[in-house]
Design a protein around this ligand. Structure first.
Ligand code: PLP
Length: 419
């Protein structure tokens, strides 16, 4: 019954400091967000105590009558939100969802074809140190060296050349929409399953602001914690009844033991909130924020400083700043923005001349600030601060002050004293 602060003051201090950090800085890591208080409450609950191997109504443990309700709500809400016939909400993370997907639709040694990691793909799409690159014969398509976009003719050529069992569409760092119908046609032509990993843009899909992959893909996987803004975790959708059965058995017992019922309850809450009008408004502000940022970083002064934006703009919640011509490399730019109070991550650009620990790019996302309440006006200010930081002779103290003014005007978790 003792509070954390008396049981474990060291960890309590970490929580306090982290809450302070989140409150006093501008979070622009494209894969992050702030969960609502309701999600914090569901996740920090007694449901963490419960073992529930199996699925609702078919458990290997007693006492599941209430957690069954939570999981069924999460399943039903995920299906309704994305118009899917089947949902599995048990994956602990995006990576474990993806492990289950591949084990359901491919056999070890099969060929999988996805977007090159260095061009914006994800580790679980075939990186050689990841399970996906070790268990499967992973091959990749890259973006076009001129346009930096995925060229469907190249995807088709690669698919015809390698005849993959699984064609993967999805990304972690790519600022444009993918053509799911074209991916479907190529998958059909070469007899591949189409797997779309919408982890990054799922919130935009749920809001109707990005085409849905669900009608085209054999399987769609996602995380809940990026644009959706729910608890860290994953889920999987499908409209194919046979694949659905395989997905269930490949999540449990294939990949996981007991599901995290407190996280599943929090997912249910996040999916409920994602069906509300405020969610659409938040996703609209997210998109506009990214567009405002892209416009600002392609203005004359930033271009003159060697700063540009890959593909010239964005259709999604992130911008890829291109620093190949800048004196600042990705690492220096990340550190400089950190000093100013803006958190981003450096990111290799395709065909990057600088090494991966340095890079020539920044990935800058707007979801967390949109959740914090930012609209056009605030995103215009943020874009100005970033532009000033990336052009010569920035006044770091003045920029830090502008960041502080914004964080104070949009308090995070007002009234929350601990966690
Ligand atoms: N898939 C994509 C496209 C991602 O960007 C990520 C996260 O970075 C994941 C999967 C993995 O999610 P997690 O970090 O929850 O394992």
């Amino acid at each position: 019954t003792d509070p954390l602060s008396s049981v474990d003051p060291e960890i309590a201090r970490v929580l306090e400091l982290e809450l302070g950090r989140q409150r006093s800085t501008l979070e622009m890591i494209a894969s992050e967000n702030f969960v609502p208080r309701a999600v914090l409450e569901a996740q920090g609950s007694v449901l963490t105590n419960k073992y529930a191997e199996g699925y609702p109504g078919r458990r290997y443990y007693g006492g599941c009558e209430y957690v069954d309700v939570a999981e069924q709500l999460a399943i039903d809400r995920a299906k309704a939100l994305f118009g899917a016939g089947f949902a599995n909400v048990q994956p602990h993370s995006g990576a474990s969802a993806n492990a289950a997907v591949l084990s359901a639709i491919a056999n070890p040694g099969d060929t999988i074809l996805g977007l090159e990691l260095a061009h914006g793909g994800h580790l679980t799409h075939g990186m050689k140190l990841n399970f996906s690159g070790k268990l499967y014969n992973a091959v990749a398509y890259g973006v076009d060296p001129e346009t930096f976009r995925v060229d469907m003719d190249v995807v088709r050529e690669k698919a015809l050349e390698h005849r993959p069992q699984v064609l993967i569409a999805g990304w972690s760092a790519y600022p444009r929409r993918l053509d799911f119908a074209a991916f479907r046609a190529i998958a059909d032509e070469v007899g591949a399953r189409l797997w779309v990993d919408m982890a990054h843009f799922a919130g935009l899909v749920a809001a109707g602001l990005h085409p849905s992959p669900v009608p085209f893909a054999d399987v769609t996987s996602s995380t809940v914690h990026k644009t959706i803004g729910g608890p860290r975790s994953g889920f999987i959708l499908s409209n194919d009844a046979d694949i659905a059965k395989k997905l269930n058995s490949n999540v449990f017992p294939g990949q996981q033991g007991g599901p995290l019922m407190h996280v599943i309850a929090a997912k249910a809450t996040a999916f409920k909130l994602a069906a509300e009008p405020e969610f659409v408004d938040r996703q609209e502000r997210t998109l506009r924020g990214a567009q405002i940022l892209a416009e600002r970083l392609t203005a004359d002064d930033t271009r003159a400083a060697g700063v540009d934006v890959l593909t010239g703009g964005t259709d999604v919640h992130l911008v890829l700043a291109d620093l190949r011509e800048s004196e600042l490399d990705g690492k220096q730019a990340e550190d400089l923005l950190h000093e100013v109070g803006i958190t981003v991550n450096r990111n290799s650009v395709p065909f990057d001349p600088r090494p991966p620990m340095v890079t020539s790019g920044l990935r800058i996302g707007t979801p967390a600030l949109a959740t914090r309440g930012f609209g056009d006006e605030e995103f215009t200010q943020v874009a100005d601060i970033i532009a000033a930081a990336l052009t010569p002779n920035p006044d770091v103290a003045a920029l830090r002050q502008r960041v502080e003014n914004l964080t104070e005007a949009f308090p995070l978790y007002p009234g929350l004293e601990q966690w």
